[in-house]
Design a protein around this ligand. Structure first.
Ligand code: S3P
Length: 435
């Protein structure tokens, strides 16, 4: 088991690049595999989660050439060209891989079994199983949890489906199954969620419409291989952003980051707390907007976080809790119950670690109130959750003493090179094998 040892640090001027977007990398592999012809991917995130998806598709007969860590060619086999895997597909820590692949696999003629690690094995899959069964799929689970056995050979029909929770994973799962269904599938979302699947399908020539929380797609269309340039992951950039904001005299530029408006809630929330964040050099990379993000040291003031931004910042709440803990006064978060079913129960994980570092936090089922203060040193548990680990590393950079974050191996699932990038910033994050 690896721990992070973080020392109070000084961040000044820096220009950094963070690794590729995890959501877009998964989708590039999945849609590229189902397309006719080759998909050339650059900027790919070679993290454990995305490599689990890559291995799964190789195990179903897709030839994926890795030219280097970030450049791949996926030789698509078409919607009906996957072959039965010889073994169970192990998707590690990745909820995205499991939910999106469930949608693809229920359209196949063969059976597949999907498993994952201890964290993924506890995560709710009923939210994907229910709509897929309405489409005609047959899926066996362990009372709504993995492993999932997806029984192939069932005809799928289009559905109209209102998502009970705002979830891009479930929306994407249904849209992928819809490719195999007869007729037009319509998905209604209760709040806007990331739309990378819709954008990539459109870039591959699929007729898909999306407006005002209604996404509609006709089944049995052909996907055409394309070129996908994966931008840097805003969810990873968020840790670098907060380290710069909390420092005394920093001015940090993070280059080429995805700023799709369905993802930028973290920027809006940080700005509302008083952070100096600006976007420069905006452009469109393929089918996704990107920009360089400039962040300068700022004094944060607590407030009420707009619940309308929750689905647009869903992965950034660990780092936003750290921002709130460093802000003057109280910050109130509401409508964040989904955090309890992420890689860990993120409200509980953050509350426990923040208290260890001397910060007052009150939890409710779907919210938290944090009273800003200063972080003491201490030893905090990440609960093997990558984003909890990285959020506490950022807290450690401005703590009054050294902070140890335990069990951080899973940082590799989304942000390989995290400690190295933090050190180019001036933050000393030392990854060491637990004694
Ligand atoms: C993701 C969607 C989000 C997010 C996850 C990645 C995706 O999950 O938390 O890390 O790639 O679609 P939900 O859509 O289930 O909230």
């Amino acid at each position: 088991m690896i721990d992070f040892h973080v020392e109070p640090s000084i961040v000044r001027q820096a220009k950094v690049t963070v690794p590729g977007d995890k959501s877009i990398s998964h989708r590039a592999l999945i849609l590229g595999s189902l397309a006719a012809g080759a998909t050339e991917i650059s900027g790919f995130l070679a993290s454990e989660d995305c490599l689990a998806t890559l291995t799964a598709f190789r195990n179903m007969g897709v030839r994926i050439e890795q030219h280097d860590d970030v450049t791949l060619t996926v030789n698509g086999v078409g919607l009906h060209g996957l072959t039965p895997p010889a073994k169970t597909l192990d998707l590690g820590n990745s909820g995205t891989a499991m939910r999106l692949m469930a949608g693809v696999l229920c359209g196949q003629s063969f059976d597949t079994t999907l498993t994952g690690d201890e964290s993924l094995s506890k995560r709710p899959m009923r939210r994907a199983i229910t709509p897929l069964e309405q489409m005609g799929a047959r899926i066996t689970s362990d009372d709504g949890k993995p492993p999932l056995v997806i029984h192939g050979g069932h005809r799928l029909n289009a559905i109209d489906y209102s998502l009970p929770v705002a979830s891009a994973q479930v929306k994407s799962c249904i849209l992928l199954a819809a490719l195999y269904a007869k007729g037009r599938t319509v998905v209604f979302e209760p709040a806007v969620t990331r739309d990378h699947t819709e954008r990539m399908l459109a870039a591959m020539g699929v007729d898909i419409q999306s407006a005002a929380g209604r996404i509609s797609i006709e089944g049995r269309q052909t996907l055409t291989g394309t070129r996908i340039q994966v931008p840097a992951d805003l969810s990873s950039a968020a840790f670098v952003m907060l380290a710069a904001i909390l420092a005394d005299d920093a001015d940090v530029l993070i280059t080429n980051v995805g700023v799709n408006p369905t993802r930028t809630g973290v920027i809006d929330i940080l700005r509302a707390l008083g952070a100096d964040v600006s976007l420069e050099n905006r452009q469109t990379l393929g089918h996704e907007p990107v920009a360089d993000i400039r962040v300068r040291s700022s004094t944060l003031r607590g407030g009420r976080v707009d619940p309308a931004l929750v689905s647009l910042a869903i992965d950034e709440f660990p780092v936003l809790f750290v921002a709130a803990a460093a802000a003057e006064g109280k910050t109130t978060f509401t409508g964040i119950g989904e955090l309890r079913v992420k890689e860990s129960d993120r409200i509980a994980a953050m509350a426990s670690g923040l208290r260890t570092l001397g910060i007052a936090i009150e939890e409710s089922d779907d919210g938290a109130i944090i009273t800003g203060g200063s972080f003491s040193g201490g030893v905090v548990e990440s609960l093997a959750d990558h984003r909890i680990a990285m959020a506490f590393a950022v807290a450690g950079s401005v703590a009054t003493g050294p902070v140890t974050v335990r069990d951080v191996d899973n940082v590799q699932t989304s942000f390989p090179g995290f400690s190295e990038i933090m050190s180019t910033l001036g933050v000393s994050v030392c990854a060491e094998q637990d004694a």
